[in-house]
Design a protein around this ligand. Structure first.
Ligand code: 0A1
Ligand code: ZN
Length: 881
């Protein structure tokens, strides 16, 4: 493990390397404790670099066994190999030479899960971002593209399956029960896309014929006995391949495409060329083990990794500052895929909820950074919601500004021009400027400035003149190390909604660029006058969430109610009701803090009732509309001096109020939506379950709540319903025997399935209230829990620290003490996962003063621990700064 050196990497320091590595031949002789890696690297001096310039390679924790140049063994004086690098002092003066390096590594003791490690007895690799240097010395940076040939040798009994990138080559038997396989990847790639898997796994196989008629052999490898659980992932893969051909004109390029599911994985999945490696959570699914959300995630992540083949692999990043070039764009592509495969409005609402839950707090706290950061200490900490989700929103805005056709021309130009290269954000933007003739220079600020812009708006209607005016003002709050911000180009989709719910037309508009239903905000203030507006409209702003901003729009509740009922844009319709619920909860929490009780206007419950009954709306949409904003959403809106207990109480009161007012109607709807016993993971069926389960959550607060939830649990024929009922019981009735019985029954049925048990841990870790700290501590000692496995850690501790407002932020600081202890314990094995857990306190400064002080103490206790990893100290230092 690298400990913190405090080194900062800066974008402006980028310079090309002195040497290139056009060919890389690797040989692995696998054994758990001592794997021998022989790297034969064709090294080419870059033009203009002085002959004899020292060659510096990256390394991390390697044991060097041997070095040769052009087949000649080197003396120890000719090179040095301190822990983090290899230096060849005087390389041959000729243009090219072959450097052979033999290193020894120990996969079985690699607990950081970076480089070559073992998961359940399977050898696997994770090289992004800087894991390849834990396998061999190399120019481990994304702008070094090399053609790889890989030979893997292992015991056949231990590893009958030997996989690497590219296409399969020779295989053969060796003495002593060993065998080998050779793989060749003709596409030059950066080292972070290297992968190797060796082990004893089961598989499902299929085939995809590409648009030019080439047959590609597809395989998904999983633990023996779990093959059947990979069928949904395979189906998603084939749909992704087809979609990328149809929508982006991108065809797959190798003879094989392999996916391997492993149970120990730091992130979701990895796009290694031709050999994607997945966290098994995002491959394995059937109705008894996976929820509808799991199916949707599997579809999205399978697509995401596959789409990287073009956006990431064929065109990669020049340096890690450009991470959003591949991630923001690929998230945009997977969002579009899911929108096409499922319901576009429902998908959009889900995306915005995710963005607000994960990216907004990042942007509004001490870890804020631009979509393209300018500096980092540990790149692993920049796989963030800002780079991924906001990065995707920025691409979506480009599409909104350019329109569909020009956007597609820009993408085509990008693929044509940069195929086989390591590119930058500037390269990317230039393609859209050229393809559309538009000037995107002001828009570029979305990549460079951190923080969430705010738009405030007021409106007025002059009935006599038939004029409607909109006053719009943009502002961007300061973020760490960026106190002054420049004005952004914000594309706001809008409509002027008339009394019948239809958009009103207008004769002319004055004051700014309004184009095809989009206001292009570029200045601090805009005064926009629409003339010829026949009736008083209600303005619907930021339709479809066209820009990732916060909106301060003075609007009466009755106008919001009108939009919630009638806006033709489904996103805005959802937003209007969500804003009503948010504002009501905030007002309720203020009253509670003042010693009173939360009160709610009756119209809120009325609208909720009307939504349930509105058969013109998709069920999944209705489910989302009825889902009250989470406690963290409310806290974010309040912004400072947060008391999570008051928010919890207000939200709970709102749910009870809505349920009480609509009890009979909700119960009737709940019964109407009953399961017919036949399961399909498709969006329409999932929507029915989602609506029924939201109703269950409301009904659980009413008189027969525990009985209804318990019956729901007992009769569930799929995991979505079972997990929903368990959550309702544990979160709303944890003191009742029904809750404990359900927990027990769930454990008896699913105790041997770690991924399902993750739900059991997570549901308990998310239980609101002061007792959950102790419960989480108890669960950490449960035989099914393991501190070594990232999925277990995330389900128990990740859920508690980042997903349980009232439980984690217990007033006496017990949650924070558990936080410090756990983060330090995890860090000893896996710094990357520890650093992620540690982001659970990133919003500590918005807490009320007492909690703030207790949180600060916990953070300081971590910061003052000696020998912290670069990953963890980077997060803690920035959080405290
Ligand atoms: N590129 C992957 C995500 C990923 C990033 C880092 C990892 O290890 C440190 C692993 C995976 C993706 O976007 O899917
Ligand atoms: Zn990605």
């Amino acid at each position: 493990m690298r400990t913190d050196t405090g080194r900062v990497f800066r974008l402006e320091d980028y310079r090309p390397s002195d040497y290139l590595i056009p060919r890389t031949d690797l040989s692995f002789v696998l054994s758990p404790d001592s794997t021998i890696v022989t790297a034969r690297l064709l090294i080419r001096r870059r033009e203009g670099v002085a002959p004899g310039t020292p060659l510096n390679l990256d390394g991390d924790g390697l044991t060097l066994r041997l070095v040769e140049v052009d087949g000649k063994l080197l003396e120890e004086t000719e090179f040095s190999a301190p822990p983090e690098s290899f230096v060849l002092h005087r390389p041959p003066a000729k243009d090219e030479f072959v450097l052979t390096i033999v290193t020894e590594i120990s996969p079985s003791t690699n607990t950081a899960l970076m480089g070559l490690y073992r998961s359940n007895g399977v050898y696997c690799t994770q090289c992004e971002a800087e894991g390849f240097r834990r396998i061999t010395y190399f120019l481990d940076r994304p702008d070094i593209l090399s053609v790889y040939t890989v030979r893997i040798e292992a015991s056949r009994a231990e590893a009958p399956l030997l996989l690497s990138n590219g296409n399969p080559g020779a295989t053969g038997e060796l003495p002593d029960g060993r065998h080998f396989a050779v793989w060749h990847d003709p596409f030059p790639k950066p080292s972070y896309l290297f992968a190797l898997v060796a082990g004893d796994l089961g598989a499902i196989h299929d085939e995809f014929v590409t648009m030019s008629g080439r047959a590609v052999a597809l395989a998904i490898y999983v633990e023996h006995g779990k093959e059947r659980l990979a069928t949904y992932a395979m189906d998603a893969l084939k749909r992704s391949m087809k979609w990328d051909e149809e929508v982006f004109g991108r065809e797959y390029d190798l003879d094989v495409f392999n996916i391997v599911a492993v149970s120990d994985f730091n992130m979701g999945a990895m796009e290694n060329k031709g050999l994607n490696i997945f966290n098994d959570k995002y491959v394995l699914a059937d109705e008894n083990t996976a929820t509808d959300a799991d199916f949707a995630n599997i579809e999205a992540i399978i697509a995401h990794e596959y789409f990287h083949n073009w956006t990431g692999n064929r065109i990669t990043c020049r340096d890690w500052f450009q991470l959003c070039l591949k991630e923001g764009l690929t998230v945009y592509r997977d969002h579009e895929f899911s929108a096409d495969e499922r319901s576009r409005p429902v998908k959009r609402i889900a995306e915005v909820r995710t963005l607000r839950a994960h990216q907004f707090p990042e942007d509004q706290g001490p870890l804020a950074h631009p979509v393209r950061p300018r500096r980092y200490r540990e790149i692993n900490n920049f796989y963030t919601a800002t780079v991924y989700e906001k990065g995707s929103e920025v691409v979506r805005m480009i599409r909104t500004i350019l329109g569909r056709e020009a956007f597609r021309r820009g993408m085509d130009l990008y693929f044509d021009r940069h195929d086989g290269e390591a590119a930058t954000i500037e390269d990317f933007l230039k393609c859209f400027e050229e393809a559309s003739g538009r000037d995107l220079s002001q828009f570029t600020l979305w990549y460079h400035q951190a923080g969430t812009p705010n738009i405030s708006a007021t409106s007025a209607y002059d009935a006599a003149a038939k004029e409607f005016t909109l006053e719009i003002e943009q502002s961007l709050p300061p973020t760490p190390s960026e106190s002054r911000k420049r004005l952004m180009h914000i594309p706001l989709q809008f409509g002027l909604v008339g009394p019948d719910g239809q958009d009103l037309s207008y004769a002319a508009v004055e004051g700014t660029a309004v184009e095809d239903g989009v206001i292009h905000v570029r200045k601090r203030r805009h005064s926009i006058r629409f003339s010829g507006v026949e009736e008083r409209p209600i303005v619907s702003l930021n339709r479809g969430f066209s820009a990732p901003i916060t909106l301060s729009l003075e609007q009466k509740t009755e106008h919001r109610v009108f939009l919630a009922r009638h806006d033709s844009d489904p996103f805005s319709r959802w937003q209007s009701f969500n804003t009503i619920l948010t504002e009501a909860t905030i007002a309720g929490s203020k009253r509670i803090l003042g010693g009173g009780e939360a009160e709610f206007e009756p119209v809120i419950a009325e609208v909720a009732g009307a939504i349930v009954e509105n058969e013109n709306l998709e069920r999944a949409f209705r489910a989302l509309a009825l889902t009250p904003p989470g406690e963290a959403d409310i806290a974010r809106e309040i912004g400072s001096n947060i008391d999570p207990d008051a928010i919890f109480a207000a939200r709970d009161a709102l749910v009870r109020r809505i349920a009480e007012a609509n009890r009979d109607q909700f119960l009737a709807a709940y019964h109407r939506l009953e399961d017919n016993g036949l399961f399909s993971p498709e969006a329409a069926s999932a929507g029915r379950r989602a609506l029924r389960n939201v109703l269950l959550d409301y009904l659980a607060t009413t008189q027969d709540g525990p009985d209804i939830a318990s019956a729901h649990f007992g009769s569930a024929t799929n995991m979505t319903d079972r997990a929903a009922a368990l959550a309702v019981l544990v979160h709303r009735h944890c003191e009742r025997a029904e809750a404990q019985d359900a927990l027990h029954a769930f454990e008896v049925t699913h105790g041997d399935d770690p991924l399902v048990m993750d739900k059991w841990f997570a549901i308990q870790a998310a239980a609101p209230g002061p007792n959950t700290v102790d419960a989480v501590q108890r669960l950490a000692a449960h035989p099914r829990f393991s501190i070594a496995n990232p999925n277990r850690l995330r389900s128990l501790f990740g859920t508690f620290f980042s997903g349980n407002q009232s439980g984690f932020h217990r007033a006496d600081g017990a949650g924070y003490r558990l936080f410090a202890e756990t983060v330090l314990e995890v860090e000893k094995r896996n710094p990357q996962v520890a650093a992620r857990l540690a982001t659970g306190l990133r919003s500590w400064r918005s807490l009320e003063p007492k909690r703030q002080e207790l949180a600060r103490e916990a953070l300081v206790s971590i910061a003052s621990t000696k020998g912290l990893s670069a990953d963890l100290s980077d997060i803690i230092d920035r959080t405290l700064a």
